[in-house]
Design a protein around this ligand. Structure first.
Ligand code: RIB
Ligand code: CA
Length: 660
């Protein structure tokens, strides 16, 4: 070896060592975090949820805030707030986009996520609008902050229009939007990309603003399908944040695999290594197409992505932390009790057959495939935290079905809860109820339950207690609210045919009904609102608490009660109506089940009724009559038609299909 070669070799080596050394020194100091504000339309497509979570999982990012865009921006902001609470990051501000917004609706039943009490315990959005919030943040740290926009560009355009002075303060704007050579489904673009089309004017302002713009179009995003195995890994990691992503994914309620459009924009703030980047001049036309135009490049564009490598990196970010939740173990276990005859009074029913009370499904979504015999629809549990914010562990997630009966009824002496359930993956079920009167929850625990088949169950709600055992039993007259069923978060739980009622009296001969159609008791709630129809609620003059009294019907020139059933109720092969009444000035009346739209009705004459004292009766409706109303048809009101001069008070009314 020549001496010069050795010297050269040494020089190269020492140069390399020097470089390596300086690299070591640089590595001693952790790389600076990238400060970002993320503007998203979480609540419609599920990729925004993944983008928010990814941002929270990237130590390379310094999250300065979130803003929301499109449609109901307040709902979207509350979603982000609850996710931040789940990630232990209530400190990050969230601002509601108040610019003129495109009219995009929330998808599936994601609104549930913010109507659940655990959401109320998250922090609230800040007072300033999204645009003002971004402006103030930029002003405070000019040149530092990267804006990331993964929805329509409405907020960003308003920011640039109202505060043009902020342009030089924006370090970069990274967006998910547009399609250059590739459209949805990896085919040539035949329609504009959603975010750009939703507010093409805003996009034109943004693309023409001369900002340092980075674009993740469909070319580098539409192929990123997060298939079942990936989803299972993320949701199986057991972390609180991942469970919240899963909760929103369940409520999104779509069959297709999520496509990770928006996470790519977040990723581009961390690394560009998965994408091929090109400097292009992009133009936005009035329809929202983004095309390569002539002129100086105005955007750094991700024109393709290494999908497999990217998906692996993405999933790894979500599974890096393990936080397995232990199985629910609670020492006391209650029993299933026998279901007795016809209840004395029925407080609450929900059979999930109609959408009438859908807004009160506080946890759970419609299930039409795995349903019990005779049912068309049940309710499948979704993930949520314990609604008990005082004694429930807020770090634990459950698969839960929760129904909020409105108005909250007062209990009888012996409150019982009957329901049907399908359970798989656990043999334990926690049944919980909120007392409006006491302001706390009581629960009971069922264990050793059969799995993988539909079961009937009845529980005695007087054995339910607070978590610390205090407070005693649910008692007569106590008003209740949310009826809650909780199982392990990894388990499958489906609930149907909920009935909360005062148990049958000892001498009751009638059987428990096959199906409940409607219960009317008037003790809480208002006439016209919770109790729609034509009548007067008379406080303390019912059989139990309040009742409904007849009023004059000027058209009929006679008194009547029309009780609206808060939506359509489907008739079975037999229909009976039970009610308690106090009738004066008559001993007979006509009672009709009617359907407002079709004007069809099914009527019976009630005769030999008691006079001026509380009594009860059961009316048997013919299975069909001349109008043709019968099995499978729907009714939406009950009319009590009285002779002139008569007065009627009704209470504890129950429309049902009897057991035969
Ligand atoms: O085209 C994809 C974009 O539209 C994403 O931002 C996604 O969330 C949808 O809204
Ligand atoms: Ca989006």
């Amino acid at each position: 070896m020549k001496i010069t070669t050795v010297i050269l070799g040494l020089a190269v080596l020492s140069g390399w060592l020097l470089q390596a050394d300086s690299r070591c020194l640089a590595q001693d100091k952790p790389p600076a975090k990238v400060p970002i504000i993320l503007d998203c339309d979480i609540g419609t497509d599920i990729d925004d949820t993944f983008a928010v979570a990814l941002a929270l999982l990237c130590p390379e990012l310094d999250l300065r805030g979130f803003t929301t865009v499109s449609g109901d921006t307040q709902a979207r902001a509350l979603m982000v707030c609850r996710m931040l609470a789940a990630a232990g990051r209530r400190d990050i501000p969230v601002a509601i986009g108040k610019a003129e917004q495109p009219p995009q609706a929330l998808r599936g039943v994601q609104e549930q996520y913010i109507r659940q009490p655990p959401a109320f315990r998250a922090s609230k959005p800040v007072k300033e609008s999204g645009v003002e919030f971004i402006y103030q943040q930029l002003k405070a740290k000019p040149g530092e902050i990267t804006l990331v926009a993964v929805g329509p560009l409405s907020n960003i355009a308003q920011l640039l229009t109202e505060h043009p002075d902020c342009k030089p303060w924006i370090k970069r704007l990274v967006i998910m939007g547009g399609s250059v050579r590739v459209g949805y489904n990896n085919k040539p673009p035949i329609s504009p990309e959603f975010n750009i089309r939703a507010d093409a004017k805003a996009a034109q302002i943004v693309f023409n603003a001369g900002l340092p713009l980075v674009v993740a179009p469909l070319d580098a995003t539409t192929m990123l399908k997060l298939e079942e195995p990936g989803l299972r890994r993320i949701f199986g990691a057991g972390t609180h944040l991942n469970y919240h992503v899963q909760a929103l994914y369940q409520l999104w309620d779509q069959k297709s695999a999520p496509i990770l459009f928006d996470p790519v924009a977040v990723t581009l703030c961390v690394t560009e290594r998965f994408c091929k980047m090109e400097d292009l001049h992009l133009e936005v036309d009035d329809k929202g197409f983004t095309r390569i135009g002539k002129g100086k490049p105005n955007a750094r564009v991700a024109s393709s992505i290494q999908s497999d490598e990217y998906l692996k990196w993405f999933i790894d970010r979500f599974v890096a932390v393990k936080e397995e939740q232990p199985e629910i173990v609670l020492k006391d276990s209650a029993n299933i009790v026998p279901r007795k005859g016809m209840p004395n009074r029925v407080h609450v029913i929900e059979d999930y057959e109609t959408d009438s009370e859908k807004r009160w499904w506080l946890s759970g979504k419609a299930e039409a495939v795995n349903v019990p015999p005779g049912s068309k629809r049940a309710n499948r549990a979704v993930l949520t935290q314990d609604f008990d914010g005082q004694m429930g562990d807020q770090k634990r997630m459950y698969s839960a079905v929760i129904f909020n009966p409105v108005p909250g009824p007062p209990m009888g002496k012996n409150p019982r809860l009957s329901f049907r359930y399908f359970l798989k993956g656990t043999d334990k079920l926690k049944v919980q109820i909120y007392s409006l009167s006491k302001g706390y929850h009581r629960y009971l625990m069922l264990s050793n339950l059969p799995q993988g088949s539909w079961q009937d169950a009845t529980v005695d709600m007087t054995v339910a207690r607070r978590t610390d055992g205090s407070g005693g039993a649910l008692s007569e007259g106590e008003r209740i609210d949310d009826i809650q069923f909780y199982a392990d978060p990894r388990a499958e739980l489906i609930i149907d045919d909920i009935a909360l009622y005062d148990e049958a009296n000892a001498d009751e001969k009638r059987l428990f009904p096959k199906r409940f159609l409607f219960t009317g008791w008037f003790d809480s709630g208002k006439q016209g609102k919770e109790w729609p129809g034509t009548f007067e609620i008379v406080p303390k003059k019912g059989h139990f608490w309040h009742g409904a009294k007849s009023v004059d019907n000027p058209a009929l020139k006679a008194p009547w009660i029309e009780l609206n059933l808060r939506g359509d109720r489907e008739l079975g092969s037999k229909t009976q109506l039970f009610f308690r009444y106090r009738l004066t000035g008559a001993d007979a009346m006509r009672v009709a089940l009617v359907h407002g739209k079709t004007k069809k009705s099914l009527a019976v004459n009630a005769k030999s009724l008691a006079n001026d004292r509380w009594a009860e009766t059961v009316l048997d409706f013919p299975s069909t009559d001349s109008s043709g109303l019968g099995k499978g048809d729907r009714v939406d009101a009950i009319q009590f038609l009285l002779p002139r001069g008569a007065e009627l008070i009704i209470d504890d009314l129950l429309l049902y299909e009897p057991e035969r």
